[in-house]
Write a protein that binds this ligand. Structure first.
Ligand code: HEM
Length: 383
């Protein structure tokens, strides 16, 4: 079916089979009124539930509210089906008061005591070129769908409904998934032309998902228990230097990744699902180089750490200098960013040969609560 259930134990859009398209938005809360914020979250929840079913934000919203009123729904999804739309909400550190990126932020909504320890701005990594206008934010909504217009419609209408309460801080379109989150999915390719998502966590690996994705009751003291069953979303806008990459020869590209370009097999093997053997040596050194991306990102070389990757390819036109502004909008879900994403990215930022072709220019972290039971609204157990 092309409808993904909106309510459940978990939020949809995390282990849900990765859809093809993304529109991700990060919002700043611009009101000091707790009541207005709660009211908007309630209206957002109702609209999100309808849109994920394939309906307009409100009944008859695009045309049936009179000729002399602006329509309640913007209308561009009329006639389109649900397209597996999922809307996943998350809350950023700034919603709870001061944070590393905004130390003077007041605790406008009395939430400081409810902030989980894990929810703090990511540290600076080597070679970071973070632009604040593409980073941070108080609330995020990740819209994923198999039709780009459905994902864009959802974000556009939530932004419109949030008028006076939130403003869009930044947003990102993704045109193709770069991950596989269920065993039945084919592995897609990223902008370097390589299969991406081969060694990702899969929804069916329940033990692995429970160990590395969902927040456990033991992870937080009582005031932050609202995050139990949720997950932390790490977003990184990673520009890829396509033109220099395209001039690198095939063996160099494969050495950087540590897998073959055609089949996606670990170097020295033939099939995508072959297990990499980091011990295999050649006359010139290890078959999978010491600075190869997959060696450095592999759990064996990171004390067992794993994350759930759910990123998207992007191309935001060109940069005015004749180069594509293209890359990977990296999204990862994890139970504790500090002990999962942070050490992994630290290792990659300082040692990964691929870094020569990458610039991380956007960064954000959000706490995504668990799913909604009937009648509940986004953030209910936080406020
Ligand atoms: C694996 C590309 C950034 C973590 C891979 C693979 C490719 C790839 C081609 C091999 C196929 C697969 O297993 O999915 C890229 C590109 C990136 C990027 C082009 C940036 C534009 C990152 C970042 C992280 C990361 C920022 C985390 C901090 C991983 C992990 C694996 C992986 C955990 C699986 C390693 C394994 O267990 O074999 N990546 N990646 N990647 N990448 Fe990346």
């Amino acid at each position: 079916s092309n409808v993904v259930a909106f309510r459940g134990t978990r939020q949809a859009g995390i282990v849900t089979e990765a859809q093809d398209r993304l529109h991700f938005a990060s919002f700043d809360v611009i009101t000091d009124s707790r009541d207005d914020l709660i009211d908007m979250l309630q209206r957002w929840t109702a609209a999100a539930e309808r849109m994920t079913r394939g309906d307009e934000t409100v009944d008859g919203g695009a045309v049936d509210h009179g000729e002399y009123n602006p329509p309640a729904d913007t209308g561009e999804a009329l006639g389109l089906d649900a397209s597996s739309l999922t809307l996943t909400v998350g809350f950023g550190p700034g919603l709870f008061g001061p944070s590393a990126s905004d130390p003077d932020r007041p605790d406008r909504f009395g939430l400081a005591s409810r902030k989980p320890d894990a929810l703090k701005d990511l540290p600076a990594f080597a070679k970071d070129a973070i632009e604040p206008s593409r980073s941070y934010g108080d609330i995020c909504v990740q819209a994923c769908a198999n039709d780009p217009q459905v994902a864009v419609h959802a974000i556009r209408n939530l932004a419109r409904m949030g008028f006076g309460v939130v403003s869009v801080r930044w947003s990102q379109l993704g045109f193709g998934r770069t991950s596989t989150t269920t065993v039945s999915q084919q592995t897609p390719r990223n902008m370097f032309g390589f299969k991406d998502g081969t060694a990702n966590i899969r929804a069916e690996q329940t033990d692995v998902v429970n160990r590395w994705v969902w927040v456990d009751p033991a992870d937080n003291a009582a005031p932050a228990q609202w995050m139990t069953g949720g997950s932390y979303l790490v977003a990184r806008r990673i520009r890829m230097d396509i033109e220099p990459w395209d001039r690198a020869n095939l063996s160099e590209q494969e050495a950087i990744v540590g897998r073959t370009k055609g089949a996606g097999a670990p170097l020295g093997m033939t099939r995508e699902d072959d297990t990499p053997d980091f011990a295999v040596a050649t006359a010139d050194g290890p078959m999978i180089a010491r600075d190869a991306h997959v060696r450095l990102a592999h759990p064996d070389n990171l004390n067992g750490i794993q994350i759930l990757r759910r990123g998207y390819n992007f191309t935001d036109g060109s940069d005015g200098f004749g180069h594509l502004d293209a890359g990977l909008f990296f999204i990862a879900y994890c139970r504790d960013p500090d002990s999962q994403f942070v050490p992994m990215q630290k290792q990659l930022a300082s040692k990964d040969a691929m870094m020569e072709y990458l610039t991380h220019n956007g960064s954000a972290l959000f706490a995504c609560p668990p799913g909604l039971q009937p009648g509940e609204w986004w953030g209910q157990h936080l406020f």
